[in-house]
Every structure is written in C-alpha cells, then in structure tokens.
Write a protein that binds this ligand. Structure first.
Ligand code: TXA
Ligand code: MG
Length: 323
C-alpha cells in the first residue's frame, strides 16, 4: 500500500472541478451521496478501480456500483427492462441501485463488475455527487468510503478516520441525509428481487411496481450474486446485542424512542421520538461513537421492521453477526 497525500477539499466549484480532474486522471476521491460517502474511481479505468480495492482492503470478488449523473447516461451502460425503467423514472436520482444486464456499449471495467455480465447502476441525489459526476463525465465506481468490514461513513471525518493517507482526496459536503446505503434491486429477466434493503423502502418500491418483490437473486444457489452481502459486515469492534430491553452495567446503550441506558457506560439515541428516518441518518455515526476501546458490547433497543427499519435492522444484524 503506497502512501497517498490526501487532499481535504470543500464543496466549492473549484474544489469540485479539482475532484473531477483527479478522478479523470485515475485517482481516488471520496465524495458524499445522500446515502453514505462513496470512495470513487473512474469506473472505465481498471487500474484506478483496482486502487479502490487496495485502499479499502476489499476482497477482489466484490463488484462495485457505477454512479452516473443521469438516467440517460445509465441507459448507455445497462439494459433496462420495463420494470427497471419504471423504477429508474420514479426514483432516480435517489437511494436506489439497479442491477441490470450490461449493455453492449457498457464501458464499466471488468474489475468493477467482478467479471459478472450484469452491472449495478445508481444515479445519486446529492448536489456534490452530481457535480463530481458531471465533472468526470464517465461512470464512477464507488463503494462506501470505509475500510472493508467497517461501518459506512456518513461524514467527511469518518472517511478521513478510515482512509487518510490511502486515497487522493475527500470532498466534504457535510453529513449525509439518509444515512444507510441504497436499496439494491436486481432487474434481470422478468422478476425484480431485493438484494439489499436500504434507503428506499420496500413499500415505496412495490407501490410503483404494482407487484411484490422477489427475495434474493434468481436461481439463488451458492453463487455470490450480491457478493458484498457477507453476514459479518458493517461491524464495529465491540459486540452488538440486538433487541435489548436495556444496557447491562458496562455496556454501551443505543436507544430508539424514550428511555433505557441508565446503567450504560455511554449511551446514544438513534431517535428519542422513535422516527426511522432520523434513526437511519444517525445509525453509522452512533455506532462509531459507541465503539470505544473500553466498551465490550453495544446493547441496541428494538427497532420496528417497517419502512426504513428494514435496512436499519439489516445493518444491525450484520454488525451483530459472528466474526
Ligand atoms: O448507497 C450506496 O449504495 C453506497 C453509495 C456510495 O453509493 N455504495 C455502496 O456500495 O454501498 P458497496 O460497494 O458498499 O455495496 C455495493 C453492493 C455490494 O454488496 C455488491 O456485492 C453489490 O452491490 N453489487 C454490485 N454489483 C453487483 C452485481 N452486478 N450483481 C449483484 N450485486 C452487485
Ligand atoms: Mg460498503
């Protein structure tokens, strides 16, 4: 791993142009999207994309999302079924990633798609992401901007904590609004399947589709069709105890709604008023905050599973998984 001097950029026009130039020249730049911060590289440049895997310490087989400035540009990369097109028109720009067959004109490098014949595409809804993508003028491969296996970054400071000295620049666009990663849908063939719950809720998607989502990939076998969905992921160092009534002495407490945490060594509350959107936005930052060296376990209050709660519960279950 060669040391890189990491530039800390603001979100003013000249900084954004600079970020675009660094990316176009094959560099690694972290920038905010409305979900989490991404670690971007020119998706058409295999060497640049390889740098992402190196900086994150990410296993090679895990494919990346290609980000584009518009649906029109995305059409050049993937083949959209009628259902995929309806979803793109309804929710892009937004916290939705669509896995579609590669188009013949697809320029995303093999290393970004991990050799699959499908490609994951997303048009993010964030002015800074949009400006960076416009400045590069090519698809930008971007996983979440954290070291592999750590929780995702929702502020520029989180990115710096994980990746300073390993990437070329960080564009600071403030805290991200949604706080959990995009919902990933596979649109291969006729069915639409949920590969990862995320910032766009199942009910909103099913409203637009007019039918229920399938679960998991087509012909799901041992094939790593959403290979990023390892059981242990988004993991703090401390153990995570889910659906806890309260913290035991010495534990950290992560609350939702009023109460709890009286015995905790340190506590935080995802949303004192019990709102799931607020909880999603706070999730990764609070996990980082509570994951101190003197904390062996984080007890987490029960979170309801509807709406954004599905994604929150998914991330917490991964954080709690055996590793
Ligand atoms: O909100 C987000 O989605 C953030 C921001 C930066 O866009 N990105 C993100 O990327 O979460 P990442 O790399 O952490 O997660 C991408 C997921 C992985 O689980 C990967 O396996 C899956 O997308 N994926 C990518 N290409 C795929 C494909 N062709 N087929 C199935 N799964 C794919
Ligand atoms: Mg990630």
């Amino acid at each position: 791993m060669t040391y890189r001097n990491t530039l800390h950029l603001g979100a003013d026009p000249s900084s954004l142009a600079k970020a675009g130039r660094i990316l176009a020249e094959g560099g690694l730049v972290s920038f905010p999207t409305e979900t989490v911060y991404g670690l971007g590289a020119d998706a058409t440049n295999g060497r640049a994309v390889a740098g992402i895997y190196e900086a994150k310490g990410r296993p090679r087989f895990n494919p990346l999302i290609a980000h584009l400035a518009s649906f029109e540009l995305a059409r050049g990369q993937g083949v959209f079924s009628p259902a995929a097109e309806r979803l793109a028109l309804a929710f892009w720009p937004g916290p939705l990633t669509l896995v579609v067959p590669k188009a013949p004109s697809c320029t995303v490098s093999e290393i970004a798609t991990a050799g699959l014949d499908s490609v994951a595409l997303r048009v993010p809804d964030h002015p800074v992401a949009h400006a960076v993508l416009e400045a590069v003028g090519r698809p930008v491969a971007a996983p979440s901007a954290n070291r592999s296996g750590h929780v995702s970054a929702t502020t520029a400071a989180h990115v710096a904590a994980d990746l300073d000295g390993r990437i070329d620049a960080i564009v600071d666009g403030g805290a991200t609004q949604v706080g959990v990663e995009s919902t990933i849908l596979s649109c291969l063939g006729d069915r639409v399947a949920m590969l990862r719950p995320g910032g766009l809720s199942r009910d909103m998607i099913e409203d637009v589709l007019g039918f229920a989502l399938a679960e998991g990939p087509e012909g799901a076998g041992d094939e790593p069709v959403a290979p990023g969905m390892l059981a242990s992921h988004y993991a703090p160092r401390a153990h995570v105890r889910l659906d806890a009534e309260d913290a035991e002495p010495g534990e950290a407490w992560l609350g939702f709604g009023p109460g709890g945490g009286g015995q905790a060594r340190i506590s935080a509350n995802l949303s004192p008023s019990g709102e799931l959107t607020e909880a999603a936005a706070n999730l990764f930052g609070m996990l980082r905050l509570l994951d101190r060296a003197d904390i062996h376990a984080i007890a987490v209050a029960p979170i309801p599973g509807e709406g954004l709660g599905e994604a929150i519960r998914d991330r917490l279950a991964r954080a709690a998984a055996e590793r």
